[in-house]
Design a protein around this ligand. Sequence first.
Ligand SMILES: NC(=O)c1ccc[n+]([C@@H]2O[C@H](COP(=O)([O-])OP(=O)(O)OC[C@H]3O[C@@H](n4cnc5c(N)ncnc54)[C@H](O)[C@@H]3O)[C@@H](O)[C@H]2O)c1
Length: 350
Amino acid sequence: MKFEVKNNKVLVTGGAGFIGSNLIDILLENGNSVVCLDNFSTGNIQNLELAQSNANFTLIEGDIRDKDTCIQAVEGCDYVFHQAALGSVPRSIADPITSTAVNIMGFVNLLFAAKEAGVKRFIYAASSSTYGDHKALPKVEHVIGNALSPYAITKYVDELFAKNFSDIYGIETVGLRYFNVFGKRQDPNGGYAAVIPKFVSSLIKHQSPYINGDGTNSRDFTYIDNVIQANLLAAAVPSAIFKERMKEYQANTAGVPGINEGATISEVFNVAYGERTSLNELAAAIKEGLSNYDPAIAAISFQYGPNRPGDVAHSMASIDKGKTILGYVPQYSFQTGLKEACAWYWENLK
Ligand SMILES: NC(=O)c1ccc[n+]([C@@H]2O[C@H](COP(=O)([O-])OP(=O)(O)OC[C@H]3O[C@@H](n4cnc5c(N)ncnc54)[C@H](O)[C@@H]3O)[C@@H](O)[C@H]2O)c1
């Protein structure tokens, strides 16, 4: 059975950013009418070039910290894909107040607006940082540790609000805990850039990239197209089938809390590939990928420094829950995704 989001009206917040803009392009391709709400704090208008050529696209420049803006943006929408947030653990350590205001108050504004508007489902970007200091691998959704950063706290508080709104107001909510997403349009600039675009842009400039720690820390690097697939399925799987599959997952998985038959859907899912790659392996793979375009890159060495506060050592997801309930089957491995990403960065940064 194929479930799709087609010919609906949807709101994508943070749509000028990396993940949001990629999601918007596919939603438009599938015949949806898309409203994008973004304040361009970390997003870029260039990411919306394709979307802006589509008559079914509306851009609202505004801030999710403003409740009325959220109410206006969500009007008439069937689904909300809430991506807007201030990402980055170090950013949240440098300025916990702004990250908290955007990531928590902005989130509640949107959730409130969505339930007032009666949207069918509220899908939101959660985060693997919620696993915090819990050591077990792979990470399963119902076992989390203590948060290691203000950013991680904000993302976990969002999950609590989502569940609470589902219980109290009956709005369906689905949180997607993204694991180190990468791919086209991820911003390589600024002090808070993610590791893959940071390494890539340094290497293209023939600069030696900087690894935090000894390079043995590992992550479940997840290509953007897998993340888009998860978002679409999170919206499209009909409620009755979702609940049936929840029961199946619960019956086959030790420790999953029981579900109340009449409860409104409110679940979180890991969105990852389900493998882990160390930073040293990542560095070598990026060097190899870019050397196909510029052989001189093969000779560039990496620098090493201390671990960053707030970072977890290892991260890798179990994706069983998403597979069972959403039918999520990631199509891109780390290696195949990295090839695509290197090609895109080479075209756009060289
Ligand atoms: N990229 C990852 O690896 C990753 C991992 C886990 C979770 N996430 C989450 O996924 C979502 C999207 O991340 P991304 O990587 O695309 O980041 P991004 O910075 O590229 O996109 C975020 C977008 O939100 C917008 N935004 C920020 N504050 C806003 C505000 N107050 N009002 C309106 N718009 C605002 C920004 O301008 C930007 O366009 C975020 O919620 C992030 O926390 C990302």
